[in-house]
Design a protein around this ligand. Structure first.
Ligand SMILES: Cc1cc2nc3c(=O)[nH]c(=O)nc-3n(C[C@H](O)[C@H](O)[C@H](O)COP(=O)(O)OP(=O)(O)OC[C@H]3O[C@@H](n4cnc5c(N)ncnc54)[C@H](O)[C@@H]3O)c2cc1C
Length: 425
């Protein structure tokens, strides 16, 4: 069996950062990745631009982390969003801050993020094994004694005897990038509890979805999530209608709770406030004024003044009116219109699953990981980092920061085991 100091399983954001951190702390590191190259998911993040992190201070940052932001506090403070920016700066990647405090590479290329990290791995002499899949971990006396790796090209299996192991195999989303649940299965075999997973930051499909909405982007809209008659969540911002239904930043924000509710068999719906800055009374007065001044006879004509043109027909048909004349019962029609503009209801019937969900909610239970060093409470030389654990964030750079902070912490702490060993007489 070959000896190694630290084996990091998974060459995504968390595994790469864990390798850099452990190597910078003086350990010899072997990074094992089952795909043909490192960072496949990183390369497609932020629509190819990679939203590396978010500059918000912890008080605000923490409100975007689920389900227990307090667990993340330790690793955030040991490697924060500003540390992430400094690290990238130190390895030659300039960053810029955009709307919403989101940080991107100045080049606008996610591939540059991967390249700069790869260069740092090679500068630190990290051994990288590609096309190499960890198929099992063997334990002895409450610690990992062997990591079994299969070369996916030749089928040859090798056993490694490590001092410490970091599992950073990601969640279940976008499985074609390599994260398909291997780590969960291995950790479960080792006795770790997995909190039930579900897709998050994903598209929600309305009932009888009007495909004429596809491509429409609504700015400054308010979305409310309802379970039965209970208001569960309300978000304000941008929303996209796509071929998969409702997406965009506020669609994604409510998807975490909406998906969970659908999985539990509950009915849920959303309502859109298309005029969130105006209260219903003032909106009604404004519409009445326009109808009089412009001598408006048709509701469609009026809607064109109030909504983006692509929204007019789908919105009109959702009103279920017999015709679009404003001549008869004008007051009643304007009341219906105002109510619907402030509360355009859509029943949600399904969601896009892992194949296109940005993130996995759930994962290795936080109860069995020590938050200050990311060490397993069950095995003395095992650590976890990244999306595999039961931590996830909203869109805006929060998920990569989870990967970087937990990766950095796990790497540094795993290296400290090596240093302790070598210090022994
Ligand atoms: C389309 C998309 C866009 C996103 N955009 C952003 C964004 O802009 N900003 C942001 O903050 N977050 C974004 N995210 C989320 C973010 O990318 C992830 O949360 C983060 O990359 C997770 O990193 P990770 O290292 O934990 O997992 P991953 O990146 O999934 O890496 C895990 C690695 O482990 C490897 N692996 C799995 N099993 C084994 C095994 N048995 N043996 C060896 N290797 C194995 C996999 O091949 C994979 O390379 C986006 C996600 C997606 C899908």
């Amino acid at each position: 069996m070959e000896r190694r100091e630290i084996i990091v399983i998974g060459g995504g954001a968390a595994g790469i950062m864990a390798s850099i951190s452990a190597a910078r702390s003086g350990a010899q590191v072997t990074l094992v990745e089952k795909m043909e190259r490192l960072g496949r998911k990183l390369r497609i993040t932020g629509k190819g631009r990679c939203n590396i992190t978010n500059t918000k201070p912890w008080r605000e940052f923490s409100t975007h982390i689920h389900p227990k932001n307090n667990f993340f506090k330790h690793s955030f403070y040991s490697f924060s969003n500003t540390d992430t920016i400094s690290l990238f700066d130190s390895i030659g990647l300039t960053t810029i801050v955009e709307r919403g405090d989101r940080v991107f590479p100045a080049s606008g290329l996610a591939s540059d993020v991967v390249t700069s990290l790869q260069e740092e791995l090679s500068r630190l002499n990290v051994e990288v094994l590609l096309n190499s899949m960890v198929i099992d971990i063997v334990t002895k006396s409450e610690s990992v004694s062997e990591v079994l790796i299969e070369d996916r090209l030749s089928g040859v299996r090798r056993g490694f005897k490590p001092v410490a192991v970091i599992i950073a195999t990601g969640g279940l989303s976008y499985p074609l990038t390599g994260s398909d649940g291997d780590g969960h299965r291995i950790a479960q075999r080792l006795g770790h509890k997995i909190v039930e997973c579900h897709p998050s930051l994903t598209a929600l499909m309305p009932e009888n979805y009007n495909t004429a909405l596809e491509g429409l982007q609504l700015k400054n809209t308010e979305i409310s999530l309802w379970v039965g008659k209970d208001l569960i969540q309300q978000e304000m911002g941008d929303l996209d209608f796509t071929n998969n239904g409702i997406e965009g930043s506020i669609g994604y924000k409510i998807s975490r709770k909406a998906v969970k509710c659908l999985i539990n068999g509950n009915r849920c719906s959303v309502s859109l406030d298309l005029k969130p800055a105006v209260d219903p009374y003032l909106l009604k007065e404004r519409i009445k004024r326009e109808v009089q001044q412009l001598n408006v006879k048709s509701l469609r004509y009026l809607l064109k003044k109030l909504l983006p043109s692509q929204a007019v027909e789908p919105f009109f048909s959702s009103l279920n009116l017999k015709n679009d004349s404003l001549k008869l019962s004008q007051d009643e029609t304007i009341d219906i219109l105002v109510t619907s503009l402030k509360c355009w209801k859509m029943e949600i019937v399904s969601f896009t699953s892992y194949e296109r969900a940005v993130i996995t909610a759930g994962g290795i239970s936080l109860d069995e990981i020590v938050s200050k060093n990311m060490k397993s409470r069950m095995l003395s030389n095992l650590f976890f980092a990244g999306e595999i654990i039961d931590l996830d964030g909203d869109t805006g750079g929060y998920n990569l920061q989870i990967a970087f902070s937990t990766g950095y912490t796990a790497g540094r702490e795993a290296a400290s085991l090596i240093l302790k060993k070598t210090e022994l007489p």
